[in-house]
Design a protein around this ligand. Sequence first.
Ligand code: HEM
Length: 158
Amino acid sequence: MLQRGRAGSLHTHCAVPMGTTAKEEMNKFWAKNNKLNRPMSPHISIYQWSVPMMMSITHRGTGVGLSGGISAFALLALVLPGNYPYYLDLIHSLSIGPALLGLAKFGIAFPLSYHTLNGIRHLFWDSGKGFTLPEVYRSGYVVIVLSILTSIAAIAYM
Ligand code: HEM
């Protein structure tokens, strides 16, 4: 970089020698960490678990789960020979108990309702509001309770 010195004269300023690649720097970084037996960032084992943290992880988990589930459903619909009512009848013919069936339905309904409601919480945060710790907890509990209630309501209609 060209900089003007105190006396006003121009001189070049070279901060980093360009002798190494990013990969070499990373290798050096990890070799040093291993040699000094340093714990790996972000030190997952030393964090104290909290409700907002669990909810954040669950939002990502349900987002990825929904993406995978919907993609799998769409692909199966394309490649399987039968149609939807056929497979629905097939499931009915297995005579699965109501408890297991309810659990399976909850497993489908909950990720969708949780991700949608928590997504609305995220969009609300995007307005710049609701970031005090009590507000984060309060909106979190509202989302958890509403997700469970809407999932149970959806199961009743499934
Ligand atoms: C089947 C429907 C949906 C799928 C497959 C889906 C999938 C995903 C995925 C994969 C992510 C990224 C998660 C991460 O890496 O952290 C995500 C994030 C997000 N989703 Fe969804 N989503 C769906 C529905 C919704 C709905 C209905 C809403 C809102 C009403 C919503 C709001 C959000 C928001 C706000 C984020 C970003 C959260 C952040 O800032 O970290 N999503 N979603």
